[in-house]
Design a protein around this ligand. Sequence first.
Ligand code: HEM
Length: 455
Amino acid sequence: MTEIPVNTSPFTCGSAPGALPGLGHIWPLLHLPTAFLAELPAYGDLVEIRLGRTRAYVPCHPELLRQVLAGDRTFDKGGSYYDRARAMAGNGVATCPHQDHRRQRRLLQPAFNRARLEKYAEVMEQEITALAASWSPGQVIDAYPALYALSLRTVTRTLFGTHVDEEAVEGIRRSFETAFSGFFRQMFMPPALRRAPLPANLRHRRALRHLRGTVERIVASRPRDGADRGDLLSVMLASRDEDGGPGLSDAEIHDQVVTVLAAGTETVAATLTWAFLLLSRNPAEQEKLRAECAAVLGGRPARWADVERLPRAGRVVDETVRLYPPGWLFTRVATAETELAGRSLPPGATVVISPVPVHRHPGVHANAQEFDPDRWLAARAAALPRGAFVGFGSGARKCVGDAYGMTECVLALATLVSRWDVRAEPGADLRPVPLAAFYRPRRLALRLTRRTGPG
Ligand code: HEM
C-alpha cells in the first residue's frame, strides 16, 4: 500500500506502459477501463497515456485532480470527449467552454433548487412505484434497460411536465440509443473515418437529426404564456439575463434540453444497475439496507421527505459511484502553457479526468477495491483527504444534477429493495463497458423475490 501525503508531497510523474502503435492505450480504455485506470497511480501522481497518437495526462492524486477541476479557465472543456459531446449535444451547460459557462449555469441553476427538486421527487416516486408494481415474483429482469426506462421517463417528465406523450419518449429513447451508442469508439476514431459515409455513421447522423427534431417539436409546441408548470423547461423559458433581457435563446434551450437528457438518464440508470449488482454480491449489505427501509417506510414507497432519513441508502449510492463512477472519463484542454505536478504542459495539451485512479487508490481509500458503504459514515469520511470523492466532479463544472441524481437513486433503491430481493443470475457479464457516454455492466440479469407489500 502506497502512502500519499496530500498537499505537501512533490508530485511524481510517469508514463503508462503498453501503448500500441497508432492506438496508444485505447484498447484497455475501451475494454478494461476500471482495471487500466485503477492501475495508473502505480506509475506516478500524473501519468501520461496515449489516446491514439495524442499524449494525454491523467491526474491520479486527489490534489492534482482538484487543481485541474478548480482551474476551469486554464483546463477548459475540450479534448476528444468534449469535442464529441459538443458535436452531439451542442453548446449546452455541460459542453460549453469557460467563457460561456458562468452565464449558462446561472440561468439553469434555479431549475435544480430544493423547491423544484421536491416537485421532481413526486414524479420519481410515481415512476418508481409503477416499476416496482410491474415486477412479479420469480421474474428475471434485464437490469440496465429496465432502469434506463425508469430514468428516461423521469427525466422527460421533469423536463417537460405533462407536455410530452409516450410516443415522444419512445422516439427520444430510440434516437438516443443510436446516436450515443459507440460514443467512445467515435471519440477515438480518426476524423476522416467518422466523416465517411459508412452505414454506422449514417445511422448515427439520422438518429441525431431525429433527436434534435423531436426536442425542437416539443419545445416549439409549448405555450409561451409565462406560466410556471413546475418543470425544468419552465425555468429555461422564464430565464432572464443579468440586465433583465431574455435569457436562453431557443437554440440554447434546445442544447440545454439535450444536455439534461444526456447527462441525467444514463448516469442514474448506470448507478442503479451497479448498485443492484453490488447489493446482490453483498447480501448482508442488502439486508441492512432493507432493515433501514422497513424502519423508515414501513412498506410504503419512499418519497422526498424520507431521503434524509435513509442515510444508509445514501451511503450505498456514494459507495457505488466511488467504485463505478458513471462519469468515468472526461477530457480537458490546456488553454495556455501551464504546469501540473511540476511538469510543463503546452497549450492544447489534453488532460484526462477520471475519478477511478483516485477512487480506487489504496493510499486514499482503505481496502479501496471493497464495497463498504460505511466508509461514508461522517466520522470515517471526515478522515479522507480533500478530493477523495469526485464522482460528481468538483469546482465550477461540478454536476448541477447531483442532488437530483442522488434523490432519484435513493428513492429507487429504498422502494425497490424494500419490496424485492435482487440476485444476479449466473452468466452476467460484469465487465464495465463504455457503450454510450457513460459506463455500465455489459449484461446483468436480476432475479426478483418478493419481500413485502403489493409489489
Ligand atoms: C448519479 C448520477 C450522476 C452522476 C454520477 C453525474 C456525474 C457528473 C460529473 C462527474 C460531472 C462533471 C463532468 C466534468 O467535470 O467534465 C457532471 C456534470 C453535469 N451533470 Fe451530472 N451526474 C449525475 C446525474 C445528473 C443528473 C440527474 C443531471 C440532470 C438532470 C445531471 C446533469 C449534469 C450537467 C448539466 C452537468 C454539467 C455541469 C456544468 O458543467 O456546469 N447529472 N455530472
